[in-house]
Design a protein. Structure first.
Length: 316
């Protein structure tokens, strides 16, 4: 048995090291391609032209990059989803609804309230928070550099941003479920047991500061990131959280099953990536469901609700 264990460990080490080498080589190849072919001179030239057009006005550049571009990404993506939510068309999108029969169509009065709250949180919470962030970024003396970061460095930053967001969001979100806080703060967000995209920032202002905005802002402030990196990260974060709340498991997009299950069951799946949920055991119920089996990127056109349906109820 000792020999078998030794052989197994040797094989495992070989497989792991080979996989790691292949992964590293592919990442380096992709990074080289993106840096030299896609991102190279084109983006550097475009950035310099934009910087000169703004006459180096750092505050205006910061507002455009950290506020305007992410807001356009958020409302552009959610605008498409809202058409399906309100009209039920196009039918090919509504086929991918996770909670069948819910928001079909969405309650317009409830939707108006969600949109007004989301806009209020953006204009009166998120945007004012950019003021202290601006001065923190200026202190780093790198945010408005005329030289763009390399694509490899942006990938490193993106990884750090994601880890920071996961840690801060998980614990602040879970704290929001404490009985002393839930009733007065987080309950507002959970009015939607079957969420839609715009609900991602439908929250009490305190929650929007602590759980939605700070976890996303902290990474760039720690790293002293370039405004282009900040703009890209904010846009990615807003679109990603919209996907998590959208209520549709669409082809090729990240799976929203994890967070949709949180809205459905309340006391499961508090994080973004699910790593801390696994470590803390706050995804045990989720892992025993069909939703967990559907929690993957859909590579075909058949909705996962059809290929992996819920088991029939006992009274059926």
């Amino acid at each position: 048995q000792g020999q078998k264990l030794s052989d197994a460990l040797r094989i495992s080490a070989y497989v792991f090291s080979t996989g790691l080498l292949m992964f590293t080589a592919s990442v380096n190849s992709a990074s080289w391609f993106m840096q030299n072919i896609t991102l190279g001179n084109f983006w550097q030239t475009a950035w310099l032209e934009f910087y000169d057009h703004m006459e180096g006005d750092e505050w205006t550049i910061f507002l455009i990059g950290a506020a305007l571009v992410p807001a356009l990404a958020f409302w552009g993506f959610n605008g498409i989803l809202l058409v399906a939510d309100i009209t039920g068309k196009p039918a090919f999108i509504t086929r991918y609804r996770i909670q069948l029969g819910k928001n079909d169509p969405v309650d317009k009065k409830k939707l108006r309230k969600a949109i007004y709250t989301a806009l209020g949180n953006q204009f009166f919470v998120s945007f004012p928070m950019l003021v202290p962030m601006f001065y923190i970024m200026k202190w780093w003396d790198n945010t408005f550099s005329k030289e763009l970061p390399t694509f490899q460095w942006f990938l490193v930053e993106l990884s750090i941003f994601t880890v920071v967001e996961e840690i801060l969001f998980y614990y602040t979100h879970r704290l929001g479920h404490h009985p002393l806080l839930y009733k007065y703060i987080h309950k507002k967000h959970h009015e939607w047991t079957a969420p839609i995209g715009v609900v991602s920032i439908y929250a009490h202002p305190i929650e929007h500061i602590v759980s939605n905005t700070l976890p996303v802002m902290t990474g760039p402030m720690i790293m002293g990131s370039h405004i282009v990196s900040v703009s890209a990260w904010f846009s990615i974060a807003l679109v990603t959280t919209s996907i998590s709340h959208c209520g549709y498991h669409l082809p090729l997009l990240p799976s929203p099953e994890f967070h949709d299950f949180h809205h459905l069951k309340f006391n499961q799946c508090y994080g973004v990536l699910g790593v801390l949920d696994f470590l803390h055991g706050t995804d045990k119920t989720f892992r025993q469901t069909k939703a967990f089996e559907r929690h993957k990127v859909l590579l075909g056109l058949t909705p996962l609700s059809e290929s992996i349906p819920e088991p029939p109820k006992k009274d059926e």
